[in-house]
Design a protein around this ligand. Structure first.
Ligand SMILES: [Zn+2]
Length: 307
């Protein structure tokens, strides 16, 4: 189905990629999207794209027809760190960076609007499925052609009304849909595949529209809305976690919210980020295990199926 939204011809062209959609002027909007900088040592960047080329044959991300990574314009260090992940996994030929300016007053509003901006960009390009990453994404499992083929097959087995297919997440509740797919309610938005249904949802829901649409266990941002959305699935085990880079959202919390209770040591300090990153995969196994036991109990009639 999908074709890469970028190729070397576009990546080597002067200036930013065209076709960006944003609330700002067309010129400014275009400036906020750019391809992954070419790394001469990357086999994917050097690839000719012809059949038999090792780099092309090994990593096939074609289950998505657009791919983006959100990284603040002022954080080149984080953009470069994410770029290294994309060179490592063969995504460098496909990802467009979205580089918004920092929101003047509220980081989570800026993040929400950045996810909307890439959704509008994907829709403008006619994308049916778009990969969306944040710049703290870290792939913790080796990306091979076999693994990506399994991911692609898992996506093909999703029901028609799926909204999100997470490649990395913090599950709050989960059940096995298939052996390698969880039906989930999850926090985090650092690595996911968005369906066209979700792209349209993002297009029509601004940060200001979030009242009554968020799961407060996941905060108040875009991932808290995703946790309430429904139609969410995740590849199991997850492929990517969030790195500890010092989140701008957490920095804002440290500046604006004092530590008054024990739990604030986790929610308002760097400790929370470290725990989130380190415990992401253990939490996945625990929540999936609980879901599997509950599912088995329901099948045996020991527990009522939730509505
Ligand atoms: Zn590359």
């Amino acid at each position: 189905m999908a074709t890469a939204i970028l190729d070397h011809e576009i990546r080597n062209a002067d200036g930013p990629a065209a076709g960006a959609a944003d609330d700002a002027s067309p010129a400014l909007a275009a400036a906020r999207f750019h391809p992954v900088p070419i790394d001469p040592s990357c086999p994917h960047c050097r690839s000719t794209g012809t059949a038999g080329d090792l780099a092309v044959d090994t990593e096939d991300w074609s289950f998505a027809d657009a791919a983006y990574c959100i990284s603040l314009e002022e954080r080149d260090d984080r953009m470069q760190a994410a770029a290294r992940e994309f060179h490592r996994t063969g995504l460098c030929r496909r990802v467009l960076f979205h580089r918004p300016t920092r929101h003047p007053t509220r980081v989570i509003e800026g993040i929400w609007e950045a996810h909307r901006a890439v959704a509008r960009h994907a829709l403008d390009r006619g994308a049916e499925r778009a990969l969306v990453f944040e710049d703290d994404v870290r792939f913790t499992r080796k990306i091979t052609s076999q693994r990506l083929a399994r991911v692609s097959a898992a996506i093909d087995r999703l029901p028609d009304d799926w909204t999100i297919f997470f490649l990395g997440h913090w599950p709050l509740r989960a059940r096995f849909h298939t052996a390698d797919t969880l039906a989930t309610a999850s926090a985090c938005a650092h690595a996911y595949l968005a369906s066209r249904r979700l792209l349209h949802w993002l297009e029509t829901h601004r940060f200001a529209d979030r009242a009554g649409r968020i799961d407060k266990r996941a905060g108040a941002g875009i991932d808290a809305a995703y946790a309430r959305l429904g139609g969410c699935y995740a590849y199991f085990p997850m492929l990517a976690v969030q790195a500890v880079l010092g989140s701008d959202h957490m920095a804002e919390k440290k500046r604006t919210r004092p530590i008054r209770r024990f739990k604030h040591l986790v929610t308002r300090t760097s400790l929370g980020e470290v725990l989130l990153s380190r415990l992401m995969r253990p939490n996945e196994f625990i929540i999936a295990g609980i879901g599997a036991v509950a599912g088995a109990a329901e099948r045996l009639g020991l527990r009522r199926t939730p509505n």
